[in-house]
Write a protein that binds this ligand. Structure first.
Ligand SMILES: Cc1cc2nc3c(=O)[nH]c(=O)nc-3n(C[C@H](O)[C@H](O)[C@H](O)COP(=O)(O)OP(=O)(O)OC[C@H]3O[C@@H](n4cnc5c(N)ncnc54)[C@H](O)[C@@H]3O)c2cc1C
Length: 390
């Protein structure tokens, strides 16, 4: 009997993981990726909880661990260079499994374990589809028509398939009122800390030391104005954001400008949809429920969601039933993570001077064991929730 076919729009974390897990459930997959090759945004991401467990079950743990970054501590400095806080990861994680890898590394590891039943096509997009009930006809942007049993939109937070399925984004896009920028640059000689954060009211600049003498930089700042991500002079925008920052931050931003590199800038926008599927068409990963970087769980949930989808498909009488079961299992976890991210965003980047100083006093005086306890308890509760014990 021929295996059923799923067409997946997007070959990012969710799409590639789905191709792997659907093979396990007896499916073939065809991934349609807009980019010319697998995108490798170099930002650093932490894998823990459900996503970490899924990565282990996929057999990619050792590969990720070999390329992971050991973070000993994260030092927080204010705009005058005074130490606000020092977080030792060992105290904070309390032995909880955690990997800090670059997105590039995760995507490459997922690509390298793709099964023979998975086909990837680059530089293509889905122009439209028709769900006939018993199958779906997909039309690619070159006019080619393909039939499949399931269509998955794993094309990220700005998903085109989501708009084709449910219409204009409208209220499902929920900007949190922050922007982020990510880029790499050559590390200055004096930069010898693992992970340093320069914090000021309304703005946080973080730098991870990479193994190749470079820095992975990330900025998050508060700005409720829409559309900043459309600006063409991205380095110039960042220089404006950093105008009052610590001289080192300004120096690094100048360095970025001189290098001509273009940072990736986008708003922190959650995706909140009343449902993730219709008929035989579904959304997966950020396309369905973008949690934003504040949750620190987006990639992990994309991996876990792909695994849960395969389990639901293997254990259901129909595709529609599987999609309903998948959503019923995953939604409580994503709802909890989104609610926490909304609350945490204001703690992560306090806007006013008063809130900033208050946050710092609390963080400085809070026993480290409380922070660690909060973090580990949150991760464990999400694992239990996904197991149906929450
Ligand atoms: C700065 C930053 C830090 C983060 N930190 C963490 C962290 O610490 N831990 C964590 O777990 N998560 C983190 N995340 C979140 C995580 O990166 C995302 O949740 C995760 O990448 C989502 O995977 P995805 O496959 O759904 O989407 P993506 O990874 O965005 O992949 C979407 C894919 O679809 C393709 N595509 C887009 N449009 C189309 C189209 N029309 N047709 C075909 N293909 C298309 C894209 O090229 C891409 O390959 C962070 C995110 C950012 C930005």
């Amino acid at each position: 009997m021929t295996r059923p076919l799923a067409i997946i729009s997007g070959a990012g974390v969710a799409g590639l993981a789905a191709a792997w897990w659907l093979d396990r459930a007896g499916w073939r997959t065809l991934s349609i990726e807009r980019a010319e090759h697998l995108r490798g945004n170099g930002y650093m991401l932490g894998l823990s909880g459900l996503g970490y467990e899924t990565a282990c079950r996929m057999g990619i743990h050792d590969r990720l661990a070999a390329e992971a970054y050991e973070i000993n501590e994260n030092v927080y400095l204010d705009s005058r260079g005074r130490e606000i806080l020092r977080l030792r990861y060992r105290d904070f994680l309390k032995g909880l499994p955690y990997l800090a890898v670059r997105r590039t590394t995760l995507v490459k590891a997922l690509q390298d374990v793709l099964p023979a039943s998975a086909t990837l096509r680059f530089s293509r997009q889905i122009a439209g589809f028709v769900d006939h009930g018993a199958s779906v006809t997909v039309t690619l942007d070159n006019g080619e028509e393909l039939a499949c049993d399931l269509l998955i939109g794993a094309d990220g937070a700005r998903s085109a398939l989501r708009r084709q399925l449910f219409g204009p984004d409208g209220t499902c896009l929920q900007p949190l009122g922050y922007y982020f920028a990510v880029y790499d640059l050559e590390a200055p000689k004096e930069f010898d800390t693992d992970f340093v954060s320069y914090a000021e009211p309304g703005h946080l600049a973080e730098y991870y030391s990479l193994n190749d003498g470079r820095l992975a930089a990330m900025h998050v700042w508060r700005d409720a104005a829409p559309g900043l991500e459309q600006q063409t002079d991205k380095a110039g925008l960042l220089a404006t954001v950093c105008a009052q920052s610590h001289p080192k931050v300004r120096h690094l931003t100048d360095q970025l400008r001189v290098s001509g590199a273009r940072p990736v800038i986008d708003s922190l926008t959650m995706i909140d949809l009343p449902r993730w599927s219709s008929g035989r068409v579904m959304l997966l990963g950020d396309a369905a429920h973008c949690l934003t970087l504040v949750s620190g769980q987006g990639a992990g949930m994309a991996l876990a969601s792909a695994e849960m989808l395969a389990e639901a498909l293997a254990g259901s009488a129909s595709v529609e039933e599987a999609l309903a079961r998948h959503e019923a299992r995953l939604r409580p976890v994503t709802t909890r993570l989104q609610a926490r991210s909304r609350k945490m965003a204001a703690v992560f980047i306090p806007q006013s001077r008063f809130a900033f100083h208050l946050r710092n006093i609390v963080m400085r005086n809070m026993p480290r064991s409380w922070l660690g306890h909060y973090f580990t308890r949150s991760l464990r509760s999400e694992i239990e929730l996904a197991r149906g014990n929450g």
